[in-house]
Design a protein around this ligand. Structure first.
Ligand SMILES: C[S@@+](CC[C@H](N)C(=O)[O-])C[C@H]1O[C@@H](n2cnc3c(N)ncnc32)[C@H](O)[C@@H]1O
Length: 199
């Protein structure tokens, strides 16, 4: 169990119920929330907090379910505002409202636009990146971000088990650097975790 502020805990519970209902009756995948499953969100939170990752980039905000967890982690360890990228303006409106409800709006810097272009515009450095957008473009984002990563950067990517073919290019790109130790935690849809060996 993770101790959370009561307002945040209630909001997360409500968002979980909302997404389960909304996604089940929404045919267009692009309109679904596609939020992390709760155990995956909890693991991501614990990784970030325990490893004291203070400069976090999230690729794929949706309505900010995972962003709320990351922002809460930043609050717990005194981290920088989470930079979070989303191309869908309607989802960003929901994200803003959800962050405000949890009083976490100052703990997140939301960016609207294409993930790879937004990554290019970011100066970094980042000591943790959570890849959770379209998977296919993740290798491009990794290439852009590599020079902006801390020497001991932590990379996390969801859907390693649910979408093995789509994520294969990203996993191969991480391995091809020769710089990361990695594994897949069989939680939720499969969380790929990669840690850059400090040089
Ligand atoms: C799986 S959802 C993110 C879920 C969110 N991380 C959570 O757990 O609450 C993926 C999101 O990435 C966005 N997205 C997909 N491809 C993108 C791209 N190339 N650039 C920016 N956003 C993208 C989608 O609009 C969608 O909202």
């Amino acid at each position: 169990m993770i101790q959370l502020d009561s307002t945040l805990a209630a909001l997360l519970d409500r968002l979980e119920r909302f997404a389960a209902d909304h996604d089940a009756r929404t045919a267009d995948r692009a309109e679904r929330m596609l939020n992390l499953e709760r155990p995956t969100a909890e693991l991501l939170y614990l990784l970030v907090v325990s490893a004291k990752r203070r400069r976090v980039l999230e690729i794929g905000t949706s309505n900010a379910y995972s962003t709320l967890w990351l922002a809460s982690a930043m609050k717990a360890i005194g981290g920088e505002p989470v930079v979070s990228i989303e191309r869908d303006a309607a989802k960003l409106d929901m994200a803003r409202a959800n962050l405000a409800e949890a009083s976490l709006q100052d703990a997140v810097h939301l960016l609207e636009g294409d993930a790879t272009a937004a990554c290019r515009a970011q100066p970094g450095p980042f000591d943790c990146v959570f890849f959770d957008a379209d998977r296919i473009s993740a290798p491009d984002q990794l290439a852009v971000l590599l020079p902006k990563l801390a020497p001991d950067a932590l990379l996390c990517a969801d859907n390693a088990l649910s979408h093995p073919q789509e994520i294969a290019g990203y996993l191969a790109a991480v391995d091809a650097t020769g710089e990361f130790d990695s594994t897949v935690a069989p939680v939720g849809k499969g969380l790929h975790i990669a840690w850059r060996r400090p040089r």
